[in-house]
Design a protein around this ligand. Structure first.
Ligand SMILES: Cc1cc2nc3c(=O)[nH]c(=O)nc-3n(C[C@H](O)[C@H](O)[C@H](O)COP(=O)(O)O)c2cc1C
Length: 197
């Protein structure tokens, strides 16, 4: 087993499912490809997420390493993501449709719904030994334009790089240290509270 997995596995107080505990956002990827079929499996898992009025506002556009579209999105990454993210096997642009198709009214939960879909995608990926790292650090206007999105209709939220877990030692600092540092969370009591009735 890759030693990073043992470092990164969430130390939970309760019996949380291994798929949740073992997901993390890596920076070291192997050169192994992720197939288009595997990517489509991840997106199919995402697509079965719940959404307001079953609108399914999420949209996924993907490219494999070696595709010109991969390079076009890679080049929009911010400085902190450039040194490691391009080693991933695939990149997915995650966007959402902002209006209800039915009546063109603004869909207040398009981004929430899309986030839930990505949660599904990452759990499915973990089950398949594929790891994803969501990226908000990129040039949004440039990526939006390269993807040809109509901004009044659809908003680009983030990029997601995916691949198989590589050796942390292949990274440069500060990324090696980050890859070898256990994950943390705020105390649960800070985010979950029983209501006074
Ligand atoms: C919307 C969003 C944007 C993010 N942007 C970046 C990013 O640009 N670069 C990066 O290294 N990590 C990014 N992350 C990953 C978070 O830093 C990471 O999820 C968080 O530190 C918790 O670590 P974990 O995913 O390993 O549990 C982003 C995560 C989300 C959800």
């Amino acid at each position: 087993m890759n030693p990073t997995i043992a470092i990164k596995e969430a130390r939970t107080e309760r019996n949380v499912h291994p798929l949740i505990r073992q997901r993390f956002s890596p920076r070291a990827f192997t050169a192994e490809p992720v197939s288009e079929e595997e990517l489509l499996t991840l997106m199919e898992a995402a697509h079965w997420a719940p959404s307001s009025m079953n609108e399914q506002p999420w949209r996924f556009r993907y490219a494999l390493r070696g595709d010109a579209a991969f390079d076009a999105l890679r080049d929009t990454l911010s400085g902190g993501n450039q040194p490691w993210a391009p080693n991933a096997a695939a990149i997915v642009a995650i966007s959402g449709m902002k209006h209800h198709a039915r009546n063109r009214a603004l869909n207040a939960t398009w981004a929430f719904d899309t986030g839930m879909a990505v949660g599904n995608l990452l759990a499915q990926a973990t089950s398949m030994g594929i790891y994803g790292h969501i990226l908000g650090g990129f040039e949004h206007a440039q990526a939006t334009s390269r993807l040809g999105l109509v901004e009044t209709e659809e908003e680009l939220i983030c990029l997601l790089v995916l691949g198989r877990l590589g050796d942390a030692g292949t990274l440069s600092e500060p990324y090696i240290t980050r890859e070898r540092t256990p994950r943390t969370r705020k105390p649960l009591s800070e985010v979950a509270a029983r209501l006074n009735t």
